[in-house]
Design a protein around this ligand. Sequence first.
Ligand code: FE2
Length: 403
Amino acid sequence: MMPSFPVGFLLLLDVIALSLLAVALPPFAQPRRKGAVVAVAALVPLGALVTFVIAKGFHAVGVGRVAGATAWLSMTLVFLAGLFGLVGRALATLAALVKPVAKQEKPADPSRRRFLRAVPQGATALGAAVAAAGIATGQRAPQLRRVELFYPDLDPALEGFTILQFSDLHLGVSLGLDDLDAALLQAAAEKPDLVVITGDVVDDRPLFDRAIPKIAALAPPAGVFACLGNHEYLRRIGLDPAQWKRLGVTLLRDEATTIACGKGGRATLGIAGVDDPMELRSEPVQRGIAASLRRISKPASTFALLLSHRPEAFLVEGMRDYDLVLSGHTHGGQWGLFGRSLLDAVTGRAIHWGSYAKSVLVPGTTDGRTKRVQLFTTSGFGDWFPFRVACPRELPLLILRRG
Ligand SMILES: [Fe+2]
């Protein structure tokens, strides 16, 4: 069945995008021109048509992904060209206003006027280029990414221990089971010690029963564990731990377990999973995760792993009980900047893509001893909007190292 939620949202985006373009670009920038009104009036239904194609282009309904990508591209082109053009126009207007007083009495410099007129057009073209590049990257298959995480006091039995993390697959939107099969071929060759799933697995109900056994079939020695994401709640899919168990995966909803693993099974690994707080705003998300952590009894182990769909877990007090937090949800903002998520810069919170570390006081001690807690947030295996700039889809393989 075709997912219905994005249609209204995408239609709204179309209208916003077309309005932006109408304001940013001549001749639409001059509202008194009749042509502008006619052109916008013609573009809005065109946007609605694009929306319809996008909605139909979802992988789940079997419509070709080229058609879907083309539809995404046409809307993204309009949106980013309009947005960049608008910024260019604002900059050009500002530049014209800050002209030095002493020069104001001289006749206007025609080359300067031409340059200022060209700024919005250049910015619009840049926006269109970014849109095309982003949609092209958004079509690429997720790639295995090796990430080494160093701990000075790591249990020697866990040296080189590997954790494969599936997150935000969103199967049934822009990716399907064939994409999962291709990634599993890469993953099986790595022989991971442990596999974790950190939420948002499918957006199309029938795919759940087919996707989970495929991941479970990797059969890593330490097992396959999962926590829920917000899309499991949004779609009402896989909320029952028994459903996961039947398919070969242990779902942890505000609970923890301990397993013997590592070299010779000499290490004890604690794995906890927090339930998804089902909130959109940051503060309630953190409160929800903090409450989840209070409900979980800290696993007695030599290394403690926390699965939390939302990376906000790294910001709450209870994370001190763990050594590593594995998260997703953000998709890295799908826009990278110098190898980090653009969201880190925009929100001022360093949690959105990649590995982060901080030193915390060891719980239950009073002598000031500290330990390192790390967060790894993946940019995700998939997405519901296949547009990515310098932040590709990924399948992380985390490798624990002593050092
Ligand atoms: Fe999510």
